[in-house]
Design a protein around this ligand. Structure first.
Ligand SMILES: [Zn+2]
Length: 435
């Protein structure tokens, strides 16, 4: 299992200078090798190029100030870019299409396998020892798993001038996912991304969208100020940093929210079901209005995906076709315009919140995919087709099927408490119907 953990660095002024110098020198090395490729008749192999590094160091003595693995990764990156650009092309590489990196266009350098040590201290800041740079204070806010080894360290400067280290971590142990037939239906959840609510799940939790209006307003204000400054002046540069910080704050807040929400779902349930966005994306190509929500949702699913792996949770991405139209009680499809917030089935009379109904369909599809027929009938105690598989314990006449009450949770609550749960799951004391 591989993970990336990202930490903020707090370099001293000297270290800051050394980091910036290393970054820029790596950029020059990148350009140097790109130039060689451009001039070569036959593209030399990556291996051959790496082998020229010791010679290069003799001519270009500054390079001795950079850890050798870091330089090797620069060459690797060039060849990776080349391979990406060339794609499936049979007849070699299209070197001409690779871009020369101007100042500021090279944003990170990487220690691979060696040249770094994480030092835990008793003080507020732990330290990351980087070869040729020093012991850089690090905000080690999240511990890496005990059985993990750090494979690489990527050092990056963001647009605000802050430095970050991303630790590439590998663990050999991966928790096993429970066998589908042993999973209690109570430990499963389907989540639908709504339009009004951010996420609506089958346990009746509707998490609201993150309200970033204050942050966005602040950003607009700072951008207006920036537009009045003389480009290139000291004041302009100062203001540019402020604007970048505003962007950064929005990004961090959103990330924090999505991570906490994702962690809650994978740690609470054995099965988490969502819509397959690749299919859904194709269905909704023209619907620009939802693009922002869509991209946040995509990020959320990526977070769920890797968190589910490390938590031993099944993440099932189901076909989204018709999840909103279909009645989760009887399976009959009815067209619903976007503004209709309630599901009301003309066939069986079942009524529910639109997104809650969709979430139930999503979970049900996940059951089919995992072969959890038993759980399916326990959860949905209906559908004439599945009646033969019904578990007698859960059997109830279909007419008693009722909508789950919806508990609306604000995004800020998720951020503060780390989860949308009020107490432990199941104790829904502050229930309210979604409007
Ligand atoms: Zn129905």
């Amino acid at each position: 299992m591989n993970y990336n953990y990202r930490y903020r660095l707090y370099p001293t002024d000297d270290q800051r200078e050394a980091l910036a110098w290393t970054l820029d020198t790596c950029r020059q090395v990148y350009n140097h090798f790109l130039n060689r490729l451009n001039e070569a008749d036959d593209i030399p192999s990556e291996y051959a190029q790496k082998n020229t590094l010791p010679d290069l160091k003799r001519e270009w003595s500054d390079l001795k100030q950079i850890h050798s693995k870091v330089l090797q990764v620069v060459v690797e990156r060039l060849y990776n870019n080349l391979r990406t650009l060339s794609g499936q092309k049979e007849n070699g590489y299209n070197v001409g299409a690779l871009r020369w990196k101007g100042a500021g266009w090279y944003k990170s350098f990487t220690y691979s396998q060696s040249g770094f040590t994480l030092i835990e201290t008793d003080t507020r800041r732990d330290r990351l020892r980087l070869s040729k740079i020093g012991e850089v204070p690090i905000a080690y806010h999240r511990e890496i798993p005990e059985n993990a080894t750090i494979k690489q360290v990527c050092i990056k400067r963001d647009s605000t001038g802050n430095w970050y280290a991303t630790l590439g971590i590998e663990t050999d142990e991966q928790p096993e996912k429970p066998a589908p037939e042993t999973i209690d239906p109570k430990d499963t959840v389907g989540i639908d991304v709504g339009i009004l609510k951010y996420a609506h799940d089958t346990d009746g939790t509707a998490v609201e969208s993150l309200d970033l209006s204050d942050e966005r307003e602040r950003l607009r204000r700072e951008q207006r100020t920036l537009s009045r400054k003389v480009k290139g002046s000291n004041n302009y540069e100062k203001q540019r940093t402020i604007v970048a910080r505003c962007h950064d704050r929005i990004k961090r807040k959103r990330r924090d929210f999505l991570h906490k929400l994702g962690r809650y779902y994978v740690e609470t349930y054995d099965v988490v079901a969502v819509e397959d966005l690749n299919v859904r994306g194709m269905m909704e190509q023209d619907r620009n209005s939802r693009n922002t929500a869509h991209s946040a949702w995509r990020t959320f699913i990526e977070i769920l995906r890797y968190k589910a792996e490390s938590a031993g949770t099944h993440l099932v991405e189901v076909n989204p076709r018709g999840t909103t139209k279909e009645c989760s009680n009887c399976g009959v499809e009815t067209d619903k315009p976007l503004w209709v917030r309630e599901h009301s089935c003309p066939s069986c009379g079942y009524e529910d919140d639109r997104d809650a109904n969709a979430a139930k369909n999503i979970l049900q599809r996940a059951f089919s995919e995992l072969g959890m027929g038993q759980a399916e009938s326990a959860w949905f105690e209906r559908r004439s087709l599945s009646s033969s598989r019904k578990s007698p314990i859960f059997e109830r006449p279909p007419e008693t099927a009722t909508a789950t009450d919806t508990r609306v949770v604000s995004a800020s609550r998720v951020i503060e408490r780390g989860s949308p749960a009020l107490n432990e799951r199941g104790r829904q004391t502050e229930r309210s119907r979604a409007g």
